[in-house]
Design a protein around this ligand. Sequence first.
Ligand code: DAH
Length: 348
Amino acid sequence: MEQLANEIKESLLNEIETVKKQAELADLKAKYLGKSGRITELTKNMKDLSVEERKSVGMISNTLKNEVTELLAKKEEEINNAILNEKLNNEVIDISLPATKIPEGAPNILEKVIEEVEEVFMSMGYDVVDGPEVEEDRFNFELLNIPKGHAARDAQDTFYLSGEEILLRSQTSPVQARTMLKGEGKAPIRMICPGKTYRRDDDDATHSHQFMQIEGLLVDKDISLCDLKGTFDIIAKKLFGESCVTRFRPSYYQFTEPSVETDISCFACQGKGCSLCKNSGWITISGAGMVHPNVLRNCGYDPDEWTGFAFGFGAERCAMLKYGINDIRTFYNTDLREVKNFDRRESE
Ligand code: DAH
């Protein structure tokens, strides 16, 4: 029996020498270790043997099996190494080949407009502040002189998150209330707050359920509409060019009194009338006004002592006008071709 085992091992050693490929090795594996492989030859007549003999045959066959398995594994490693080495030798890196271009976008133009506005206001001593997008009804409406059930709420179709108290802010104006309450009656306050706002609008070319507003608030002594007009003039000229002229039209907001709509002269036709300004020569940019005495009072400022102005405008609308973009959804899609266009528009 031992002799047979030695013979089998000998023959494997001879055969394994010539093996060069994985497929040949697999054949060899089957030939020796397979179900009807050569090692099973050893145990073929087990049933005719005595217990003692079976034991010894079992041991011999097991030892042989282990040896064969080890020899085959060693050969497999050799073959794999040879394949890898060959691959490495054949692979040459040509460093003169042009690199694969990684597609890249450009900073979102909306962000650029916001930064531009921030810079102008910061140069005039304004702070840029933040407020929560998940807001309390109190800040979004009540402190701003819009009590529950008031018709003015209808204009801002609001996403309520939990009952009647928690909502997604429908405007950045709640940051006015938050800033004044933090100011604890002290002034001056000069702040702008760019941020996301949400309304239950159907999305189309000019509406989006999520959009950016830039809120502004100034509270100090003896502030008048003239200050608001001067401030608006500066920002309009900065954004739309030195030849830009501004005007106020009377309007109504619950949290300002008086309230105005601020217009700029149409930069496309210099005020002569065109399709952009619907032949009026003017383009509306923001809502604004003098902070309502009730709002000052609600937020801890005595309206007999303090006055202020506030404004709020849509950042997308500004960017759309400035860069000739006709669909608000452009700002929010992730198509790199669109984002690339932002770069081109900027340099035009
Ligand atoms: N919050 C207003 C809106 O979303 C815009 C606005 C108007 C803000 C007048 C103001 C303001 O601060 O004074 O329609």
